[in-house]
Design a binder for this molecule. Structure first.
Ligand SMILES: [Zn+2]
Length: 428
């Protein structure tokens, strides 16, 4: 495998031109915006489908509304190697989040065609439907469908204006009444290239990050009840100020999250992003406070320890100031998704073979790969982005950085195809 130079086959300029062209398809008043299910989104997809066809891919939209370009393999029974990400954006987002992964997959397909390389396996490039949270209050709609994880009641969810998700999916070419057919059991390997959306790779001057796991996200709600009082007449000594207890708990969350992150069991972050004080008046000692916490971790057992420890610390802080911890509950909780160890190894070896620097790292953001990993071995390649910025128009990666990540993906596809893994998927 060492003799070929995969970097000769990636056309970084062609990849870049496509990225900038798709970025031009945006809501004109709010660059760069292609909200899923919108007219601009469909316009972007039509353009993408055309680029897929130009690359010789057979184009279809699956039952889950995913746009798929397929290149046949030599061996008709062989499983599929799948590459992809999403082309929808947040409002006022960037040109790279998601889109880079779809177009990198396309560039891999084109590079193989141009080099006359026939793969044993079929290769698919996927634009997953609605990865970003949409007006239907749900993210990763297409990859959920592919994993068999899109539920009937979710299809009934409506957006403002009354359209149901199932209707919207039909409108973009999906077939929600036959959703089971979108679920895949033929995928040998799934690779998603994505901008890091964080500062680590840039700060360390590295070419790629190989993702170990996509964090699980737990949201917790704490409710503290003290006693509202006159801000002028209630002496400092006897107060039952719920905001003070909330503030101490916010600091405890930070300290505990730092300790969890440092304990060697994986990436850990926690944020008290909602602090709601009642009655929220300048001359009233706060009688109640509510915190909503977002905690993310690549280890389910570490998350459980964090929740237990936070519960006990919050109870202690509350008790010390005669505050009642009236509520402590998990609002939502999803498990971390581990990336396939064999695929991580192949990606690390591919980067090394190409002379590209790499590190293993967790993903603190959710991705389509998390759902795909439920039905197929999945892994991710991160490329650096300027200042770690994302979900904003300033989002940026250099053409050379995107090309380097795409080279690594191409090299990994070649290695996967030539039997580093068995056709039946050794890692399943
Ligand atoms: Zn994304």
């Amino acid at each position: 495998m060492g003799e070929h130079a995969a970097d000769d086959r990636i056309d970084g300029a062609r990849l870049w031109t496509d990225l900038m062209r798709l970025g031009e398809i945006t809501e004109p008043d709010l660059p760069y915006t292609r909200r899923s299910f919108s007219t601009k989104f469909l316009e972007g997809r039509e353009w993408l489908a055309g680029r897929f066809r130009d690359a010789g891919l057979a184009v279809r939209i699956d039952e889950g509304g995913n746009l798929i370009g397929r290149r046949a393999g030599c061996s008709p029974d062989a499983a599929t190697i799948m590459l992809g990400s999403h082309s929808d954006s947040v409002p006022g987002g960037g040109r790279f989040d998601g889109i880079a992964g779809v177009l990198a997959g396309l560039e891999v397909a084109r590079a193989l065609r141009d080099a006359g390389v026939a793969l044993e396996h079929a290769l698919e490039v996927v634009d997953f439907l609605a990865e970003e949270p949409s007006e239907f209050g749900l993210s990763c709609i297409g990859s959920r469908a592919m994993a068999g994880a899109l539920e009937e009641d979710q299809l009934e969810q409506q957006r403002p204006g009354g359209e149901k998700l199932r209707e919207a999916m039909r409108r973009v070419g999906g077939a929600p009444e036959r959703l089971g057919a979108a679920c895949r059991d033929d995928v040998l390997a799934f690779l998603e290239l994505h901008i890091e959306q964080g500062p680590v790779l840039e700060a360390r001057g590295l070419d790629v990050g190989i993702v170990t796991a996509i964090v699980g996200i737990t949201r917790l709600e704490l409710h503290l009840v003290g006693e509202a009082a006159h801000a002028g007449t209630a002496p400092m000594s006897g107060r039952r100020d719920a905001a003070v207890a909330a503030a101490e708990i916010v600091v405890a969350i930070r300290d505990l999250a730092r300790a969890c992150d440092a304990c060697g069991e994986g990436y850990f972050v926690a944020t008290a992003g909602v602090i709601d004080v009642r009655p929220n008046a300048v001359n009233v000692v706060p009688g109640e406070a509510r915190l909503v916490i977002d905690a993310r971790c690549e280890s389910a057992s570490l998350m459980k320890r964090f929740i237990d420890e936070l519960h006990s610390r919050a109870a202690g802080i509350a008790a010390a100031s005669a505050i009642e911890l009236a509520g402590f509950r998990v609002l939502s909780d999803n498990d971390p998704a581990g990336c396939d160890p064999d695929l991580q190894q192949i990606l690390l070896e591919s980067a090394a073979a190409l002379g590209r620097s790499a590190m293993s790292m967790a993903s603190g953001a959710g991705h389509d790969a998390a759902f795909v990993s439920r039905v197929a071995p999945a892994a991710m390649i991160f490329v650096p982005c300027l200042g770690g910025r994302s979900h904003c128009p300033q989002e940026w990666s250099e053409p050379s950085q995107l090309a380097a990540g795409t080279e690594v993906m191409l090299e990994a596809v070649l290695r996967i195809d030539r039997g580093v893994r068995s056709v039946n998927g050794s890692g399943r």
